[in-house]
Design a protein around this ligand. Structure first.
Ligand code: HEM
Length: 253
């Protein structure tokens, strides 16, 4: 602030601190912020309009999702990479937190391994090892997630009421399925907001491998689609908590 030569506040006669001078609001870190020009635009156009002046078709969310989903040539490979990434990130997040809490490097590593075990406990044990298409829980779970991703990419279309209503029904049923997981510590807890965030970061790390053709607009389209699904699922999970075992009519008997 000294660069900007801000004078000391003057307590004045009323005792109220007054500034005789205020730094100009268009200066950040000593550098003038360039004036914005034109009309502010969203990063993606939800519905994909045709420019009335030049006739250029702006891709909407639907086009951006479909185009980028079409670049995935090995969907099962993407799902495997996603689960691996999620476990890796759970490990590194827990290690980082433990170190920030002042724990030893050894303890931080144990916390990291615990976080991975907690997460992996929820999924079939052959999730990463089962061959694609095999008749097993792990391969089946990967297939279901792959289909859910394709459904999201092809149905999330904020400009189309019918498709969004269909998507809402799928999200609702998925929310119910994520409402009551049996955890490694013996409790029942649905997918948490933190886990949705972890899954999003893992998914986006994998999408990032699609390379430079994935623009900021594609990423924003996926981000909106994911957040829409996660928020909808979370809402249903919490509202369906009444059917979780802790509220069973026979509880405590
Ligand atoms: C928007 C994000 C998500 C989508 C689209 C999604 C999608 C799915 C789908 C389609 C299934 C299969 C459901 C079935 O059996 O019919 C599933 C199962 C499951 N999901 Fe998710 N999921 C999401 C987030 C999460 C998160 C954050 C967690 C937290 C750890 C999670 C944990 C699980 C588990 C434990 C199963 C069951 C595995 C089993 O059957 O053994 N999911 N998910």
């Amino acid at each position: 602030m000294s660069d900007l030569n801000v004078p000391e506040p003057d307590a004045g006669t009323s005792g109220r601190v007054m500034y005789a001078w205020e730094p100009p609001r268009n200066i950040v870190g000593g550098e003038p912020v360039p004036k914005r020009t034109g009309i502010p635009q969203p990063i993606v156009n939800s519905i994909g309009e045709v420019c009335p002046t030049c006739g250029h078709k702006m891709p909407g969310i639907k086009e951006l999702l479909e185009e980028s989903a079409g670049w995935i040539d090995n969907l099962d490979g993407v799902v495997v990479a996603f689960y691996n990434q999620m476990l890796d990130m759970a490990h590194s997040d827990a290690v980082e937190l433990a170190l920030a809490q002042g724990k030893s490097a050894e303890q931080a590593e144990l916390d990291g391994q615990d976080a991975v075990a907690d997460l992996a406990y929820l999924f079939p044990s052959d999730l990463l090892t089962a061959a694609e298409g095999e008749d097993s829980r792990g391969a089946g779970q990967r297939d279901k997630l792959a289909k859910a991703l394709v459904a999201l990419a092809t149905t999330f279309d904020p400009g189309n009421e019918d498709k969004m209503t269909r998507l809402d029904n799928v999200i609702k049923s998925m929310g119910h399925r994520h409402a009551a997981f049996e955890r490694r510590n013996g409790t029942i807890q649905g997918a948490t907001l933190g886990e949705y965030n972890l899954a999003k970061r893992a998914l986006f790390a994998v999408l990032g491998t699609l390379g430079d053709r994935l623009t900021a607009a594609h990423v924003e389209a996926w981000s909106q689609a994911y957040d829409y699904a996660a928020a909808g699922m979370m809402q249903v999970q919490i509202r369906s908590g009444a059917s979780a075992p802790r509220f069973s009519p026979n509880h405590g008997q």
